[in-house]
Write a protein that binds this ligand. Structure first.
Ligand SMILES: Nc1ncnc2c1ncn2[C@@H]1O[C@H](COP(=O)(O)OP(=O)(O)OP(=O)(O)O)[C@@H](O)[C@H]1O
Ligand SMILES: [Mg+2]
Length: 383
């Protein structure tokens, strides 16, 4: 028989028979063919041997004392570790019901004794090949499923960034238009009516142009900061006490101007990007210093609480508050609830906070009582 030897050398067959003579004969046949053969003289020995080191195939006698072949097969099929092993029954029982019993206990094939040597060899090889193909199919299937999962995740990410981009483009074109219109409008007046205008009027229009230009510059700077929030995950160990200290340093002018009182609880060390986390605190504390009630100096609390696997940070103020209907809108680009002459700003701060917090694997949200104050919350994964 011309069977592929290289494949057979690797296959191990467990031969189970309570008669030593039968075991010897089958072992010789299979060893001659290049198989690694292990022997078991009883059903129990066979189960132990198969569990310790699962063979590639089991040749199983049906009639044995104690556990018979059908029972052994059923137990092999009930065990996750051995259920994939093909079992071929060997039996002198030649009646159809016996064979059916063999198949219904999970057997792959049935050879009747006395057997032809070549029949045993061919059937063993045949079932090993089926098992090999089956294993390959399962591997490929698992690989395909992983690929599908990866693709779905990628698609979701793509959709999200597409949506981001859309919102970004819309907001940019819309909000940069406003100061640009002012610059163009006032420049046109100046160029067309320059000779009729008084010096004071010229000065006023030039000042409006400068202001619009500065606003555009601020918008572009903030947008750049927003778009440069790096969502890749090379994070460092960050001490949040230091992060807040730095944010407060940057806000020193506003703090002394407003006479704010700021209380800070001890904060944890987390994994993140220090420069970005400074930006988050700076934006939130900056807002708390800005959206204040007339004649009520800002009173700001910065604290943290341990949640499930995460830290929940809090920045609470006693300012003008926010109507709950606007909670979601606040975190979108350019969304502002207040006129810029009373409360200057570009409306990019909270969108940037959201982007940074989410890129750290956290969430950001707000609770407020209009007229009393606002608390911003954000979570970051625990170290
Ligand atoms: N602590 C707060 N109290 C009351 N309103 C707030 C507070 N923080 C934010 N808001 C409202 O949410 C809007 C969006 O805030 P965001 O920080 O994104 O923009 P901004 O402060 O106006 O501008 P920017 O931060 O880009 O300079 C603000 O314009 C304001 O209407
Ligand atoms: Mg802000």
């Amino acid at each position: 028989m011309n069977l592929d030897r290289s494949v057979r050398v690797k296959a191990s067959v467990l031969v189970v028979d309570d008669k030593p003579d039968n075991l010897r004969l089958l072992s010789t046949i299979l060893t001659d063919q290049g198989y690694e053969v292990r022997q078991a003289l009883s059903g129990r020995m066979a189960l132990t041997a198969a569990r310790i080191r699962p063979p590639d195939l089991v040749l199983l006698d049906v009639k044995m004392p104690d556990l018979n072949g059908y029972q052994v097969c059923e137990q092999l099929k009930a065990d996750e570790q051995t259920r994939h092993i093909p079992v071929i029954f060997l039996s002198a029982l030649d009646r159809s019901p016996d064979k059916i019993k063999g198949f219904s206990s999970g057997g792959a094939d049935y050879i009747t004794k006395p057997f032809q040597e070549s029949e045993v060899v061919v059937r063993v090889e045949h079932h090993l090949e089926i098992a090999r193909l089956q294993a390959r199919l399962e591997r490929q299937n698992a690989q395909l499923q992983q690929e599908i999962r990866d693709r779905i995740a990628m698609e979701r990410e793509l959709l999200r960034s597409n949506k981001d981009l859309e919102q970004f483009a819309h907001a940019v074109s819309h909000d940069l238009q406003q100061p640009l219109q002012s610059i163009l409008g006032f420049s046109k007046i100046l160029s067309l009516q320059y000779s009729q205008l008084s010096e004071a009027e010229v000065g006023k229009y030039l000042w409006r142009i400068v202001q619009a230009g500065e606003r555009m510059q601020q918008l572009i700077e903030d947008l750049l900061a927003y778009s440069q929030v790096d969502v890749s995950r090379s994070l460092e160990v960050v001490n949040c006490d230091r992060v807040v200290a730095e944010a407060l340093d940057n806000l020193q002018a506003a703090i002394s101007q407003t006479g704010a009182r700021i209380a800070i609880s001890p904060l944890p060390t987390i994994k993140g990007k220090s420069a970005q986390l400074i930006q988050v605190f700076q934006n939130l504390i900056g807002n708390a210093l800005k959206f204040t009630r007339p004649d009520v100096p800002p009173d700001i609390d910065i604290s943290v609480e341990l949640g499930e696997g995460e830290w929940v940070f809090r920045v609470r103020d006693n300012g003008i508050g926010i109507d709950p209907q606007h909670y979601d809108r606040l975190f979108q680009l350019f969304q502002r609830l207040h006129l810029s002459d009373r409360y200057p700003g570009t409306g990019i701060g909270l969108a940037t906070c959201k982007k940074i917090v989410e890129s750290h694997g956290g969430r950001i949200w707000v609770e407020s009582k209009p007229g009393w104050g606002t608390t911003f919350f954000f979570s970051l994964p625990k170290l």
